[in-house]
Design a protein around this ligand. Structure first.
Ligand code: MLT
Length: 322
């Protein structure tokens, strides 16, 4: 009997080592918890394209949407901890959702951090029909509306929703939120004039701003975005201190072997170091994470610090989710 137990332990131990040594031996899936065509989807696909070069295996992107991104994160949490399913997320999905929903999983203890990804400030944008050419004029227009202006989001707890709550706090303007399965479809409705505004990730709006299809008023940062330097900061435009940076990251389910996480981290850091990838991301207004913040431990510490920072405001907003 003792021999059988020892043999079983050996298989478990060395089987895991062998699996990690051969990792990856089949396609990897990145679960993006928002619909295709939005900023999360765009970043994930740019990275996946380059990570498959590092791995020599397909790196697929699967959009699993709903409930502010928490459905997709839940799918990743419940996937086998073998490194073949990665959870793409950000400030909304891996911080705010924990203060908005009864998730059925713990954002810290049920996931293992892999790597911090690029970040970007938010941008205040409106439909083109709004007769405003500055943030001050836009705020006046919003205040003059007979009913609460409509703001597109990617669902309660999403980055665009948290940004909307923060905007309400600093401007004193009540918004009516219109939830979508991602800010890709929200942007389609903004361009069509179906909603009034979005406090959006810069990377999602910048193309439509450059095309003249929507109006941009300010960037939620203390410095302008290099690739959109004609757009003022909130400090310059009239909402001083309304600073918010939406960062993204990659996680895997708890229990994923450490050396598999290390391989995923190495491939991610390699992708972020690729000049062509950097050019694509920076052109979207995305900023690369500092080199000393690229370890799995750094993402874990950052996520915990962001939970401490954001949960009080989100809980105070008493967000109701149906
Ligand atoms: C968000 O608002 O959380 C994201 O921008 C949604 C998305 O990436 O589609």
């Amino acid at each position: 009997m003792r021999k059988i137990i020892l043999a079983a332990i050996a298989v478990l131990a060395f089987g895991g080592v062998a699996a990690a040594q051969n990792f990856p031996s089949r396609p990897i899936t990145i679960i993006v918890p928002f619909s295709a065509g939005g900023p999360s989807d765009a970043m994930a696909r740019i990275l996946a394209e380059r990570m498959k070069v590092a791995f020599g295996e397909q790196v697929l992107v699967e959009n699993v949407t709903g409930a502010g991104g928490s459905v997709g994160v839940g799918r990743a949490v419940r996937s086998p901890p073998d490194g073949y399913t990665i959870s793409f997320g950000h400030l909304g999905t891996h911080v705010a959702n924990g203060a908005v929903y009864k998730l059925g999983y713990d954002l810290v203890t049920d996931l293992e951090p892999v790597a911090l990804l690029p970040s970007n400030p938010m941008i205040i944008v409106s439909k083109k029909a709004v007769p405003a050419s500055s943030l001050k004029e836009f705020l006046a227009w919003l205040k003059a509306q007979p009913t609460a202006p409509t703001a597109g989001t990617a669902g309660a707890g999403s980055g665009s929703h948290i940004a909307g709550l923060y905007f309400e706090n600093v401007s004193g303007i009540k918004l009516q939120y219109v939830p979508y399965r991602g800010t890709g479809p929200a942007m389609n409705d903004l361009v069509a004039g179906q909603i009034d505004m979005i406090v959006d990730q810069t990377s999602n709006s910048i193309g439509q701003v450059r095309a003249g299809n929507i109006r941009a008023y300010a960037i939620t940062d203390s410095k302008r975005v290099e690739s959109a330097s004609d757009i003022p900061t909130v400090d310059e435009a009239g909402l001083p201190g309304f600073h918010m940076t939406l960062w993204s990251g990659l996680w895997v389910p708890k229990g994923t072997p450490k050396d598999v996480i290390a391989k995923l981290n190495t491939a991610t850091v390699e992708a972020l170091g690729d000049p062509a990838v950097r050019k694509q991301l920076e052109n979207l207004g995305l900023q690369m994470p500092p080199k000393d913040k690229l370890t799995p431990q750094a993402l874990g510490a950052w996520q915990k610090a962001e939970i401490d920072k954001w949960w009080p405001m989100i809980k105070a907003a008493n967000v109701k989710v149906d």
